[in-house]
Design a protein around this ligand. Structure first.
Ligand SMILES: [Zn+2]
Length: 82
């Protein structure tokens, strides 16, 4: 089985509770903004609600190690998540 790497990957946010965001984000930065907006919305609900979404490729495949590193770099260091 060959695994082809999409030269222009798109990303979506998905969680078993929160479901898919329904977007095709063209960059990890956009996907992260979407994810953080959802986390913010969940916090507004109170009661310890949180977003269980995470970022995957639009085809549902998981991010590569490089993409995870990039994501860590993109996260706002001043905002404590979780
Ligand atoms: Zn989204």
């Amino acid at each position: 089985m060959t695994y082809e790497i999409d030269p222009n990957p798109t990303y979506t946010c998905i969680g078993s509770v929160r479901g898919r965001c329904g977007h095709r984000h063209e960059s990890l930065g956009e996907a992260l903004d979407c994810l953080e907006a959802d986390q913010h919305d969940c916090r507004q609900l109170g009661g310890g609600a949180y977003s269980d979404r995470h970022i995957v490729h639009s085809d549902g495949s998981l991010l590569s190690d490089d993409e995870h590193r990039l994501l860590d770099d993109l996260r706002d260091p001043w905002e404590v998540i979780r």
